[in-house]
Design a protein around this ligand. Structure first.
Ligand SMILES: [Zn+2]
Length: 275
């Protein structure tokens, strides 16, 4: 079994996920548990080697890593083999994989509401991928071993995670605040994208307003991603005002798909005194 893949793992978490900083500098990342074990009498020593010494700020992490692996007593009666934790017998099955995926979130996510939307399918698909934390933000690229500086392309400060980029970054947050201030609603930003989508309550009343409101989180997420790509690949950067304009322009464009009983979206909003 791969040393960083399974055995010695904390519950279902692999060592490489529990200690990414240690894994990054491990000299041999594909080595098996058996290859690293040195057995002398009753004692087991771990022959883990690194490409460099730990930095001052990494000492605690390395200490925690070694404490963990020395707290585990490998079973020496049985040969090393692959073991799938979610099933009792350790054998992989698609059913158990599906179950383990669907149990990762405790909230009831309204997937149907996300997909039953009149926004372009590519934007829904992107938002759905973001909710699973799988879009290519810098932290996800680094997990794929791309050597890349971990900073947010918008604020150029914090590390770029999905939730930071799409919710908490100051540039993104300004868009969320703008939307909520226009409808005069107080709001508290949830921690994750999936929480935000799950808690996005629909207003009562006019169906067309509901449809527009359903588009808003997807539209913000889509525009932020567009801005990131423009900054990264086109070297173009919008000001906060220009980003706000992009959001409302995109929203108006998407709203064409909604039937406003013959009115255009501006006339419709005007008829409700919402502009
Ligand atoms: Zn940022």
């Amino acid at each position: 079994m791969e040393a960083y893949g399974g055995a010695g793992a904390q519950k279902s978490e692999a060592l490489k996920e529990a200690f990414p900083a240690v894994f990054r500098v491990a000299r041999n990342q594909e080595v098996s548990i058996e290859d690293l074990m040195i057995i002398s009498g009753d004692h087991v020593q771990w022959n883990v080697t690194f490409s460099r010494a730990a930095q001052d700020w990494e000492v605690d992490i390395f200490e925690a890593f070694f404490s963990l692996i020395y707290s585990v007593k490998p079973n020496r009666q049985q040969a090393d083999s692959l073991w799938w934790n979610p099933t009792g017998k350790g054998i992989f099955s698609v059913r158990s994989f599906y179950k383990s995926l669907s149990h990762t979130t405790t909230i009831q996510f309204p997937w149907k509401r996300l997909w039953r939307n009149k926004v372009p399918p590519k934007a829904v698909f992107f938002t759905w991928t973001a909710a699973w934390g799988k879009i290519l933000t810098i932290d996800n690229l680094r997990k794929r071993r791309l050597v890349i500086l971990d900073w947010c392309c918008l604020c150029k400060r914090s590390g770029e995670t999905v939730d930071h980029l799409l919710l908490h970054c100051e540039t993104t947050r300004a868009l969320w605040v703008e939307v909520f201030s226009r409808v005069e609603l107080p709001f508290v930003m949830p921690e994750t994208v999936v929480d935000l989508l799950a808690s996005w309550a629909l207003p009562r009343g006019v169906q067309q307003i509901k449809e527009v409101w359903k588009m808003i989180p997807i539209c913000i997420i889509w525009c932020i991603w567009q801005e990131c790509n423009d900054r990264t690949f086109e070297n173009k950067e919008r000001s906060p005002g220009e980003l706000g304009a992009l959001l409302f322009r995109t929203l108006m464009l998407w709203a064409i798909a909604i039937d406003f009983n013959g009115l255009n979206v501006h006339d419709f909003l005007a008829s409700l005194s919402l502009t």
